[in-house]
Design a protein around this ligand. Structure first.
Ligand code: NDP
Length: 512
């Protein structure tokens, strides 16, 4: 979330990037961009370390997480400082989104991984159950490439990394060039608890490093970032026939029903749109409110927005835009909306009282789907509110997008909320809250449409870092297939009789 400037490097040497705080523009450090050769060396070390790690029990691996949790709590002020410096967000957001969430994922996965990854017996269906026994083993994939974005630079690097490690893999982590030091904290944390050498390497760099990682020969890529980069990562993975998880952008709709508690809905809309300066993949990007309550809802939103304090020192509610390129996108979306007839009710400009990348919390009404702000991910502190005549129109417009990450519904009638949730084409839906599914670790979080492939939490996600390997055991020492040859018409007739018994007779129905 910093301002990134390339530094000229002599030919043959690694490129360097200089980073400055987005809040104060003061220098915060430099990084060398690691190249394909660096990635190859890290991969070699990871491949060497991984088999011994995979041979350990899940409980043994989980003990490193428990130690990491203790260290994180001990060293939290140091971690908070790095995150604050690079992001310019309020301390409360660092605590909530990064430190608390990190403690929660470390605790949850350390506690539950053994159960989730334990080999299991599965009973077979029908006749087969008398012949065979099935075991499923969750076997590590090998080396996982984790590529993370800048908007939640510590937690979005940590969470896939610990899941991959717990599942018995080694990890090469490439954090964003915009927040490299926050991503590197993940490496520092595990180094401080003595994770074996080579198992986790943090690769510093930019798109060159990320691309090199996707081409290096890892066994899976876990990618969080934009749709555009995600697509090129998917193409590279397809080329190598390796799996990938893609957690991509969103354009989450919020529907405010006529019966909603408007105070809570307005509060939820404000937090959903402005938390983390609006840089939240499942942030509230557009609101559809039923005409009858639209005026009251909008007034309540505006009252809350007027109280928001933007800044970089002391107590404040909204920090900076995390990096300069995102600021340009936000400005372009707002300008496009105004040019097409949107009404600006708050904000709409860089904060004139603050140096650094500050964009005022912005509220727009009279918006429509011809505007970028209703179609493309703005990823900034902008809340467009659109009136709709009924819930059918709200659902139709909510679904009119190529994104499908999350959605939010405000209603006093949970049954109605669930019915609406079913009709929305999104990976998840929250009723009467901003989108918080990512933080609910039991919920399989992932996107539909252009918002991604696969899930990042829950059993599916953890097991996604393994190959579920069926091991099938014959109960009779292989006697049935050993006697299969020679084929004969007599045996064919027996087979046909068996098929009739199994699939047409009452006894067959009972068996299945
Ligand atoms: P980007 O796609 O720009 O970057 C993501 C990561 O990919 C960065 O580490 C980046 O490196 C790296 N990268 C860049 N080019 C390549 C390449 N060719 N091959 C491999 N890796 C590459 O996304 P942002 O960092 O801008 O993140 C914001 C986006 O992430 C938003 O769209 C947001 O919605 C989405 N997101 C989705 C989440 C979800 O769970 N669905 C959660 C959080 C964010 P570098 O930055 O150094 O160029």
């Amino acid at each position: 979330m910093a301002i990134v400037t390339p530094i000229e490097a002599p030919q043959g040497e690694r490129r360097q990037l200089s980073l400055a705080s987005p809040a104060t523009r003061e220098p915060i450090g430099e990084i060398e961009v690691q190249n394909a050769h660096d990635v190859a060396l890290a991969l070699e070390a990871a491949q060497k370390a991984q088999p011994e790690w995979a041979a350990r029990s899940v409980d043994e691996r989980a003990r490193y997480l428990t130690r990491a949790l203790r260290k994180l709590i001990e060293r939290q002020d140091e971690f908070i400082d790095v995150l604050l410096r690079e992001s310019g967000k309020p301390r409360a957001e660092v605590l909530m989104m990064e430190i608390y969430s990190a403690c929660d994922v470390l605790t949850y996965y350390a506690k539950h991984a053994a159960e989730m990854l334990h080999g299991e017996k599965r009973q077979l269906h029908g006749f087969m159950r008398f012949m065979k026994k099935l075991r499923i083993e969750y076997r590590p994939l090998g080396v996982i490439g984790v590529i993370s974005p800048w908007n939640g630079p510590f937690i979005l690097s940590l969470s896939p990394t610990i899941q991959a490690l717990l599942a018995g893999n080694a990890v090469l982590l490439k954090p964003s060039e915009v927040t490299p030091f926050s991503g590197k904290l993940v490496g520092d944390l595990f180094e401080s608890v003595g994770l074996p050498d080579g198992l986790l390497t943090v690769l510093m760099g930019d798109g060159e490093t990320g691309e090199a990682l996707t081409k290096a020969g890892v066994d899976k890529i876990s990618f969080t970032g934009s749709v555009e980069t995600g697509r090129s990562v998917a193409v590279e993975c397809a080329h190598q026939l390796i799996p990938c998880t893609l957690e991509l952008g969103g354009k989450d709709p919020m529907i405010v029903c006529e019966d909603a508690n408007l105070d809570n809905a307005a509060g939820g809309a404000v937090v959903g749109a402005f938390l983390n300066s609006g840089h939240v993949c499942c942030g509230t990007e557009r609101v559809y409110v039923i005409d009858k309550v639209a005026h009251e809802f909008t007034q309540k939103v505006l009252e809350r927005v007027a109280l928001l304090r933007q800044g970089s020192r002391g107590e404040f509610d909204i920090g900076t835009i995390f990096w300069d390129r995102q600021l340009e996108i936000i400005e372009a979306h707002v300008a496009d909306a105004i040019a097409k007839g949107a009404k600006l009710l708050a904000g709409g400009r860089r904060n004139p009282d603050l140096d650094g990348l500050f964009f005022e919390p912005t509220v727009l009404t009279d918006v429509n789907h011809d505007m970028l702000v209703m179609q493309e991910e703005t990823f900034g502190p902008v809340l467009p509110i659109m009136r709709v005549s009924d819930l059918d129109e709200a659902v139709r417009l909510a679904n009119r997008t190529h994104y499908g990450l999350g959605a939010i519904i405000w209603t006093r009638d949970n049954r109605n909320g669930v019915e609406l949730a079913r009709q929305i084409d999104s990976g998840s839906v929250c009723i009467n809250d901003m989108a918080v599914t990512y933080g609910v670790l039991e919920a399989p979080f992932g996107g539909l449409k252009n918002s991604g492939l696969g899930q990042v939490h829950g059993w599916n996600a953890l097991r996604g870092f393994t190959h579920p390997k069926p091991i099938l055991i014959d109960r009779f020492g292989g006697r049935p297939s050993a006697g299969l040859y020679p084929y004969s018409f007599k045996n064919d007739a027996r087979m046909q009789r068996l098929i009739r018994i199994l699939y047409r007779s009452p006894i067959g129905r009972w068996l299945s």
